[in-house]
Design a protein around this ligand. Structure first.
Ligand SMILES: Nc1ncnc2c1ncn2[C@@H]1O[C@H](COP(=O)(O)OP(=O)(O)O)[C@@H](O)[C@H]1O
Ligand SMILES: [Mg+2]
Length: 611
């Protein structure tokens, strides 16, 4: 863990171009919305259309009612014949508005649900296609996390857009009523509201920038929070007395963020209040003007009611319109990561018309001058590796930590492509093969294999998910890896939920997990099996048994074993000793010991510790 606290200074003042530019990200998202539920979108728009003109219609009816009453009282004029029907009409309009409001709410809920569902699955699908590199790059990982959250949070934006359309039509209808009497009045109202809108977007953008800058700190806080309350860390935290240390570090980070957030909120309070005041001023200016016109007899009472209602409605709606719009602009800033995330394409792909992997493998695998540096680093982890693996041959890779053993496995399985050189399968570059088909022929158990919080049976079935319901084959694999005896001790046997995350789960020891993981390799019907130190937590005796069994069962298959225990690797056909990015020695155990090189030295060291 790094010691310094990530800096999160608010980014400099946002530019208008940037703010509007972000709106370009909106259409692709609306496309996603549309495809997730076209019927609901149309329905909701139609209803909003009706609802949006009801307010002005109500005002108009009120105006006619008031003027009729006024004439009736002042000049003893008869009430119009339809007078009471006007009252009924107004009631119907208002009742319609409330019930249609409910319909809109319903449509929004359905749409939000459909959209969230479709965006979540799309995000998962896209993430599963990305290269491993992306996951190992912390910056991209941040982006991915943000995109994940952003996708589902953008539901609000969709509802806002519906509201925007509605507010727009309502405003236009009110504006039409105002223009009918005085166009100048409308212009005046708009001028008073625009500053509030600009202020609103300005702060929205600042909020986003701050949020963005705080992401690394938040990630650290999340890490500290999880660390402070997780089962894995509890033992060490208690004994080392790390609680106060972690809490102190968490507090320091959260204090920094708090100060930044409050700073922004204060500025928003001051400027926001000023700008809203301007809006209110505009409203009352217009109000005074209309009252004056009525007093001097230029407007009737009904018109006064209509206009004041329209001014109040219009200024509320114009303000709402701007706020909603800036809300959308603000939300669209958050889409950047989502849209960028979806635009990142995997580099490691099957070519069009790629070959199917050979079955059976006839010539084996060959590394030709393979060098490799991890992306973003110049250091060559592997340097000019040449290595041949015959069909049916079992190899072992040995070497100290960090010599590149796992990297070789990642290249062999095309999780990465070599920086230089080629890896050939039956004389053809790995890049020429269809990826999914290639992966079908390879079974790998990594040293950091997954503990799935699923049943024991499913934990084995992940090795060949097509066999998830084939208890016979799953059990067969478990017997081969010695996992059967572990599973028999579980209360629910193969149906026992493993891990502690969910209720009723049972955790296993490291060695027991490894036996379960090894069953995956036995279940997989692959031509090349790779075990990358998945047995480190087994005691020497168990590991020996497991490998012995593995060697017997994979007889005639290609296998690559990585282990630190010499007693284990001696049973393979050929041992490769990796050092400084190259192959330092190779040969059979006896030969290597006789040569008295690096391997002999390592062997001697281990043997001595057992004497
Ligand atoms: N994702 C990665 N990004 C950058 N460097 C890495 C990454 N994974 C491993 N390395 C570096 O590559 C070297 C070889 O690692 P690895 O193949 O895991 O070694 P081994 O399996 O022999 O212990 C190490 O020095 C390690 O620091
Ligand atoms: Mg390794």
């Amino acid at each position: 863990m790094k010691d310094e606290i990530p800096e999160c200074q608010p980014t400099p003042s946002p530019k208008w171009g940037e703010r509007l530019g972000a709106l370009r990200k909106v259409p692709p998202v609306f496309k996603m919305v549309w495809t997730s539920a076209p019927g609901v979108v149309i329905g909701s728009l139609l209803v909003r259309l009706i609802v949006s003109v009801i307010p002005v219609a109500v005002l108009w009816v009120t105006r006619v009612i008031i003027d009729s009453i006024f004439h009736h009282i002042s000049y003893r004029a008869a009430l119009p014949k339809f007078f009471w029907w006007l009252v009924v009409l107004e009631f119907v309009l208002v009742a319609m508005a409330t019930s249609l409001g409910r319909v809109i709410e319903f449509c929004d809920t359905v749409l939000a649900d459909k959209f969230t569902r479709s965006i979540s699955t799309q995000t998962m699908e896209h993430a599963s296609r990305l290269d491993l590199t992306r996951y190992e790059d912390p910056l991209f990982y941040d982006k991915m996390e943000r995109a994940r959250a952003q996708g589902t949070d953008r539901v609000m934006m969709i509802q806002m857009t519906g509201r925007l359309i509605q507010e727009f039509i309502t405003t236009v209808s009110f504006a039409a009523a105002i223009i009918f009497f005085s166009p100048l009045l409308l212009a005046f109202l708009i001028v008073c509201v625009v500053p509030a809108f600009l202020g609103e977007t300005h702060f929205a953008f600042l909020g986003y920038s701050l949020n963005f800058a705080q992401t690394p700190a938040r990630r650290q806080m999340e890490y500290l929070r999880v660390l402070g309350g997780s089962r894995e860390s509890a033992k060490e935290l208690k004994l080392f007395g790390l609680g106060p240390f972690l809490i102190g570090r968490y507090k320091k980070l959260s204090d920094t963020l708090h100060l930044q957030n409050v700073g922004l909120a204060k500025r928003k309070l001051i400027f926001g209040t000023l700008l809203t005041f301007l809006g209110t001023l505009g409203y009352y200016g217009a109000y005074g003007f209309v009252i004056h016109q009525t007093v001097i007899g230029l407007l009737t009472m009904g018109q006064l009611i209509l206009l004041t209602g329209a001014i109040a409605g219009a200024s509320a709606n114009i303000q709402g319109l701007f706020t909603t719009f800036s809300g959308i602009a603000d939300q669209s800033l958050f889409l950047t990561d989502l849209v960028e995330f979806f635009s990142v394409q995997p580099q490691i792909l099957s070519k069009p018309g790629a070959l199917l992997a050979p079955r059976p493998i006839r010539q084996g695998i060959e590394f030709k001058n393979v060098s490799f540096a991890y992306p973003g680093s110049r250091r060559k982890v592997l340097n000019g590796i040449n290595l041949k693996m015959e069909p049916g041959e079992r190899l072992a890779l040995v070497g100290a930590n960090g010599q590149g053993k796992t990297t070789i496995v990642k290249l062999l399985t095309r999780l990465y492509d070599p920086t230089e050189g080629q890896i050939l399968l039956d004389g053809v570059d790995l890049r020429e093969y269809n990826l999914d088909d290639l992966w079908k022929e390879i079974g790998v158990i990594f040293q950091d294999f997954m503990h799935y919080e699923m049943t024991a049976s499913e934990n084995i079935a992940v090795g060949r998910i097509e066999d998830a319901n084939n208890q016979f084959r799953i059990r067969g694999a478990a017997i081969k890896s010695f996992a059967e005896s572990v599973i028999q001790k579980l209360p629910k046997g193969y149906d026992q939920l493993l891990g502690c995350r969910f209720e009723g789960g049972m955790d296993l020891s490291g060695g027991e997990w490894q036996k379960i993981a090894l069953a995956r390799a036995h279940l997989r019907d692959a031509q090349l099996l790779v075990l990358d130190e998945p047995t480190a937590a087994l005691d020497a005796r168990s590991e020996h048994d497991v490998f012995q069994r593995f060697a017997e069962l994979t007889h005639g298959k290609m296998a690559m074993l990585i282990s630190h225990r010499m007693s284990t690797v001696r049973m393979v056909d050929r041992i490769l000793v990796l050092e400084n990015g190259g192959i330092a020695e190779q040969g059979h155990h006896d030969q290597l010991v006789k040569d008295g090189g690096l391997y002999a030295e390592m062997f001697e060291l281990q043997a001595a510790s057992y004497r």
